[in-house]
Design a binder for this molecule. Structure first.
Ligand SMILES: [Zn+2]
Length: 124
């Protein structure tokens, strides 16, 4: 287990293991929030302080909620509205101590249009 908090400490997030890669997505919400996401099965991630200290944002096709701390505003994760049908959630790795996460590759996801992804150092 690796753990992190939002800036004020009201929300505590635990993930089961270091991510193999983290995703920098350019979709309309991710680019605004500046999140770097790692994906896990919903049941493997623990979030304390949610929902009592969180606000949420539900957009578009209403499949997921983006969750942020109500006090400090830091985005902690997104989670599916229906966790029976959708089993993954996305954790904002920005909240974790960089030394805990270590040197992880950043995958660039074109969530704005093609949904293709690549790494900066991919051969052209
Ligand atoms: Zn907070």
């Amino acid at each position: 287990m690796l753990s992190a908090t939002c800036h004020c400490g009201a929300i505590h997030v635990e993930i089961p293991r270091r991510p193999k890669q983290i995703t920098n997505c350019n979709c309309s919400i991710c680019r605004r929030l500046g999140t770097l996401l790692a994906y896990y099965k919903v049941r493997t991630v623990k979030v304390q302080g949610h929902p009592e200290h969180t606000d949420e944002y539900i957009q578009g096709d209403r499949t997921l909620r983006v969750v942020r701390c109500r006090i400090c505003g830091c985005t902690t994760h997104w989670e599916p509205l229906d966790s029976e049908r959708h089993t993954r959630l996305g954790v904002n790795i920005r909240n974790f101590d960089p030394e805990v996460i270590g040197n992880v590759r950043i995958r660039l996801l074109d969530g704005a249009s093609t949904w293709k992804s690549f790494f900066w150092d991919d051969p052209k």
